[in-house]
Design a protein around this ligand. Structure first.
Ligand code: HC0
Ligand code: SF4
Length: 575
């Protein structure tokens, strides 16, 4: 242990504890902007400076270790003066139009400036905006970038892609796409992790809320909304709701009150995906068609973008099943449109997703008879949903639990856990067991694919199951850096699997790039536990028992992997 004094308090901490952590452990918060534990500890912002007795120069607390006998002041006049100057210099290079900023009210720079009572910015630089294609789902605004380097590090260290880098020199230094490429030329997976780790509003998703409001206002459109599994775990965070109050039923109610004609839960089509992807896996597996193993899941568009740019030769090992988002869109514009007697053109499909990559995935085409268009017309993130609820002045306390509309109403617990890493695999195994044995396994028989800690074991959970004499070797991975390491092992022949689930975001969609932002806190694990609780409490635990799905097959798609299912629910992944 190391003994030191911070702000007059005698404390003891373990060796190699930074001053910032030592202070935090003892209830003394030190402000910071660039620091991200384990990812970005480079003291770029110098907001965390503290005074060390006996030393003229202030030191940064995020990357200096507490030493025996140190006497530290975190809030002396000298510290306050320097911290203030450092923040003023950052503000001088920042577009401070907070009223029109997406992060207003949830911005670390705004909070630090307010806490320091900065009422005027003495320095001012003419800000230069770098060009950006505003039609791309991910937007960087260089005039808001504070060069904290978090996006550079998250993309490099966690996602293993290195899309961002420092550009320019001196006062023209900024962060931009690496190698002077455009964002289209870079290998951006659109996972959005740079957005959720940005302390300010320099990175954001393309705002699609106006498109949705216009469709709602258009009397010729029937607006049909679906809400993804992971959204229910997080939407209430920004509205001051407790996790058990913020139900999916209330999101459906909010969407109806905002003017949606029909509202559905994506867990319905997660069950549909299991029917298609589970059947495809068993077919490829038992009929010997799966020569190249493993088969990879295909529902995460961040992963699809990653495999296409980084491992194009493995693309043919992806399942051909479309994601639940896309399958639902296709079913809405065909089966459902028939049911309510409107044409596919009149249906306007909106999805509420925890994800930025889903905005890119919607570009996928839907061909149906005369109709050529898209499965999905607009994708909004959980954050955009919250903005819409706010702008409609809906008070969360007045929302009631509403059921999904018919006839695509049911959703199983297996569908709910799609939103957490391992969930797709677990759901698929529950139904694969049934398809092979014609009886259900215990609902929790495949719990081994759950990761106790997402980042433990490099984010990989391996499990092997025997169903009679059939042995299935599975792996589940989340985070693209972890995925790269796993794919390299598979390619080197060090590990062998039959079926692998990949989710681009650490922890799966619960940690998605479109979820509410809590600077410096990783909430994916808690949100994931919330989904497991919902599954445990669900009356229906198996996708193959979803009666609304069974009726839809009877009335429309015939059976999994039928010709119609093939045309509408599957896709060919091409590079
Ligand atoms: Fe996901 Fe999905 S689980 S990718 O994370 O498969 O976005 O929540 O909607 O499509 O269901 C996201 C979440 C989905 C899809 C589902 C899958
Ligand atoms: Fe989107 Fe989920 Fe994939 Fe992240 S893990 S990119 S949120 S689908």
């Amino acid at each position: 242990m190391v003994n030191l004094m911070i702000d007059g308090k005698q404390i003891s901490v373990k060796e190699n504890t930074t001053i910032m952590e030592a202070a935090a452990q003892n209830g003394i918060p030190i402000p910071k902007l660039c620091y991200l534990k384990g990812i970005n500890e480079i003291a770029a912002c110098r907001v965390c400076v503290v005074e060390l007795e006996g030393k003229e120069k202030l030191i940064t607390s995020c990357n200096n270790v507490a030493e025996e006998g140190m006497v530290i002041y975190t809030n002396s006049p000298k510290v306050r003066r320097h911290r203030r100057t450092n923040v003023e210099l950052i503000l001088a290079q920042h577009d401070c139009q907070c009223v029109s900023c997406t992060r207003s009210g949830n911005c670390s720079l705004q909070s630090v400036a307010n806490d320091l009572n900065i009422l005027d910015i003495p320095y001012k630089k003419v800000l230069e905006k770098r060009p950006w294609d505003l039609s791309f789902p991910l937007i960087r605004d260089s005039s808001k970038c504070i060069k904290c380097m978090r996006c550079v590090q998250v993309c490099e260290k966690i996602q293993g892609l290195g899309v961002w880098d420092v550009e320019g020199t001196g006062s023209r230094t900024t962060v931009n796409v690496a190698g002077h490429k455009t964002i289209h030329e870079a290998d951006c997976a659109l996972c959005g992790q740079c957005i959720t780790h940005c302390p300010v509003g320099a990175l954001r998703e393309r705002d699609d809320t106006e498109k949705v409001w216009s469709a709602i206002a258009d009397k010729n459109k029937t607006v049909v909304v679906q809400v993804a599994p992971a959204v229910r775990t997080a939407w209430g965070e920004e509205l001051g709701m407790k996790p058990d109050e913020a139900t999916v039923g209330k999101i459906l109610d909010a969407c109806k009150r905002m003017g949606a004609d029909y509202v559905f839960d994506t867990t319905f089509s997660a069950d549909l995906t299991i029917m298609e992807e589970g059947t495809e896996f068993l077919k490829r597996f038992t009929e010997g068609e799966l020569k190249e193993r493993p088969m990879f899941t295909s529902c995460c568009p961040g992963w699809i973008r990653f495999i296409k740019s980084q491992y194009p030769h493995l693309v043919r090992q992806l399942s051909t099943a479309k994601s639940p988002q896309q399958m639902f869109g296709a079913a809405m514009k065909t089966y459902f449109a028939d049911k309510i007697g409107v044409s596919p053109e009149q249906i306007y499909t909106v999805s509420v997703m925890p994800c930025v990559a889903k905005k890119g995935e919607r570009e996928m085409e839907l061909f149906h008879g005369e109709y050529a268009g898209h499965d999905i017309d607009a994708v909004i993130t959980t954050r955009e949903l919250v903005k819409m609820i706010r702008s409609a002045h809906i008070s969360p306390g007045t929302l009631k639990d509403r059921e999904s509309d018919r006839p695509m109403q049911q959703g199983s617990g297996a569908g709910v856990i799609f939103g957490v890493t391992g969930g797709v695999m677990e759901a698929a195994l529950r139904s694969a067991y049934y398809l092979l044995k014609k009886e259900n396994p215990p609902a929790d028989a495949f719990k081994a694919v759950r990761s106790p800690e997402f980042q433990a074991n490099d984010g990989v959970a391996e499990a092997e199951f025997s169903i009679d004499d059939v042995k299935v070797r599975t792996a589940v991975v989340s985070g693209l850096g972890n995925t790269r390491a796993l794919l390299d092992k598979i390619e080197r022949g060090e590990v062998h699997y039959d079926f692998v689930e990949v989710m681009a975001c650490p922890g799966g969609c619960v940690g998605g790039g479109g979820q509410p932002i809590h600077d410096g806190k990783e909430l994916a694990f808690d949100r994931g536990q919330n989904l497991y609780c919902l599954d445990e409490k669900a009356q229906l635990r198996f996708s193959h028992e979803n009666e609304d799905i069974l009726v839809m097959y009877q009335e429309y798609f015939e059976k999994p992997m039928s010709h119609k299912a093939h045309m509408l629910l599957h896709t060919e992944h091409v590079n």
